[in-house]
Design a binder for this molecule. Structure first.
Ligand SMILES: Nc1ncnc2c1ncn2[C@@H]1O[C@H](COP(=O)(O)OP(=O)(O)OP(=O)(O)O)[C@@H](O)[C@H]1O
Length: 559
């Protein structure tokens, strides 16, 4: 790098030697050829040294990008729900792509410009002082502090404005994801124009923010040109005077002007560098903000959880936000190994929340659930999650084959085991009918499967997990009553899971449970077996009659 900068400033010195030789009339053909050959050698060496160090610098920048992206992904995979409430998906995508690119640019291009500019400038100024005149150099550099002042002033503004611009890109990306994700609803409700308008507003906002950054950026170059023009005038005046006074040669004076011309590029780069560095600082803060963010679920406990024998909730309260509305309000529930528990109740009564908190999805409020008589937090979170298989309301399927989706449940499962799980979830016949069988691609989020098929695939995946606790959160809502019954029977007879928790709006799904609890506004209002509950006045009985009438009507309509 030092060598490259030295090479870059040396041709001007050769020019000076040639001019002085011409003026002194002692330029021989041989020395002219020597000068020319030196020029050629310098050009070749300059090319080689620059190419080599630029390559290494940019390789380093790509390494940094790789490292950052891997760190971000590892962090995302460790984080729980509160983290994803704080950062939207579009925002996380922007930070792991755009901001990482800016960081790479800062380290690669920025460092290159920084080293190049500072070394190059130092050498040019040294050459001005040593080979021409320190007085002339000082005089020529007098206007530079003005430049430094403005570069610093505008540079700090770039940081703030670029952060805003990146935030607006994050917002825009989140909007794209949401619209693409919900495009069916958008079309079904005829909201295309409205959504387009909303999106245009976001794009416009992002554009305005980026325009502000560009406007700040565009101020640097004209200022540098003006400051350098002043330097030219100063140095030309004093330079001519020094030549007239015979203090410096004409060659020295001309080479000084060439040095000044050479300063233009590093000065412009310096302006650009400030801009790049400020953008890099803003992006680094945005990346670091995500890397430092926690979901507040990390616990110091190190106790190994070997088996789950019992689960207890004792006067358990919970709210999502600190001091927020009580979602679970004094739950008492004892579950023993071998039991199937049904959880029913009005929508929004806290069923999903209760199941989530069994897996420590959100930070606990005050009380903690107990596993085997010990507080849940005394066990390693990893162990706890490994023992629980969950089929949530909103199933997640990956844009891969049916086989690959199933293997998420157990990566070592044989095809035979996959078929067994599919059979238990009553999906085997559907898959057999598909041309590619287990190798059928399910499309993004399982788009090529029906609602019921998606549910049953998630179910089969959970069956493969060989967990000790199986949670079905309204996981059978999209299958017909007969299939539902077969699945529930399989669950009771064929699956080795010790504890099953079934949330359902259809009472038939929980009728075979050992214990059913009815939740209402976070409280257990009724509990008992299906038989006991249908004979007790209350929500369960009302719901049972209501659903029976509905089933009877459906039956009549069919016949
Ligand atoms: N992540 C969350 N942050 C804040 N509040 C939430 C969150 N999830 C659910 N809630 C609130 O908690 C309450 C209980 O929701 P929950 O999903 O547990 O009910 P549910 O009984 O499972 O409902 P459904 O039968 O409709 O699925 C609701 O009022 C809901 O608005």
């Amino acid at each position: 790098m030092v060598f490259a900068s030295l090479l870059a400033v040396s041709p001007t010195y050769i020019i000076r030697l040639i001019i002085d030789a011409i003026v002194q009339k002692n330029l021989s053909t041989n020395s002219l050829i020597e000068f020319m050959l030196s020029f050629a050698l310098i050009i070749i060496l300059s090319y080689l040294t620059e190419a080599i160090w630029t390559f290494f610098l940019f390789t380093g920048s790509y390494d940094l990008q790789k490292e950052l992206r891997t760190n971000l992904m590892t962090h995302f995979l460790k984080m729980g729900a509160p983290f994803f409430h704080r950062f939207k998906t579009g925002d996380l995508i922007t930070r792991s792509t755009d901001d990482v690119n800016v960081m790479g640019m800062t380290v690669g291009y920025g460092l290159m410009v920084f080293l190049n500019t500072s070394l190059y400038l130092t050498f040019i100024i040294l050459m001005m002082i040593v080979t021409v005149s320190w007085k002339l150099t000082l005089f020529a550099l007098l206007p530079m502090p003005i430049l430094a002042y403005f570069i610093f002033k505008w540079g700090t503004q770039v940081d703030a404005k670029f952060t805003e611009a990146q935030n607006s890109v994050s917002e825009m990306n989140s909007e794209v994801l949401e619209i693409v994700d919900g495009q069916r609803v958008v079309r079904a409700f005829g909201l295309e124009d409205e959504m387009t308008k909303k999106f245009e507003d976001k794009v416009l906002k992002s554009r305005i923010q980026n325009d502000i950054v560009s406007e700040l950026d565009s101020r640097f170059m004209p200022l540098i040109t003006i400051v350098l023009a002043i330097s030219y005038i100063f140095s030309f005046g004093l330079g001519s005077y020094l030549v007239a006074q015979q203090q410096i040669s004409i060659g020295a004076m001309i080479s000084f002007q060439v040095y000044l011309t050479m300063i233009v590029w590093p000065m412009i780069s310096a302006g650009d560098l400030v801009n790049t560095m400020q953008q890099g600082a803003a992006s680094w803060r945005r990346i670091n903000q995500v890397l430092q963010a926690s979901d507040n679920l990390e616990l110091p406990s190190n106790c190994e959880l070997q088996h789950i024998e019992s689960i207890n909730f004792s006067d358990f309260h919970f709210s999502y936000e600190h001091n927020g509305r009580q979602i679970l309000d004094g739950i008492n529930l004892s579950i023993k190994s071998g039991q199937v528990i049904g959880i029913v109740g009005k929508t929004g009564s806290g069923k999903t929340t209760l199941l989530r908190q069994l897996g420590h999805r959100y930070p606990y409020s005050n009380e903690l659930p107990f596993i085997n008589g010990n507080t849940i937090t005394s066990y390693r979170t990893f162990d706890l999650r490994a023992k629980i298989a969950e089929v949530p309301q909103e199933h997640t399927l990956f844009s891969r084959t049916i086989r690959e989706n199933l293997l998420f449940g157990d990566s070592n499962a044989t095809d035979n085991q996959l078929w067994q799980a599919l059979k238990m979830a009553c999906l085997d016949d559907d898959i057999k009918r598909m041309k590619d069988g287990l190798d059928t691609l399910v499309g993004e989020k399982g788009i090529s499967l029906s609602g019921g098929q998606k549910q049953r695939l998630s179910l089969a995946r959970a069956f493969l997990r060989k967990s000790e606790v199986l949670i079905l959160d309204d996981a059978l809502s999209a299958v017909d009553a007969k299939t539902e019954q077969t699945i529930i029977d399989n669950l009771k007879s064929k699956i080795t899971t010790k504890i099953s928790l079934i949330v359902s709006h259809r009472l038939s799904a929980v009728s075979a449970a050992d214990l059913i609890i009815v939740l209402d506004e976070g409280k257990v209002t009724q509990s008992g077996s299906h038989q006991a509950l249908i004979h007790k006045p209350g929500w369960y009985q009302e719901q049972y009659h209501h659903q029976q009438i509905k089933e009877a009507r459906k039956f009549d309509n069919h016949h």
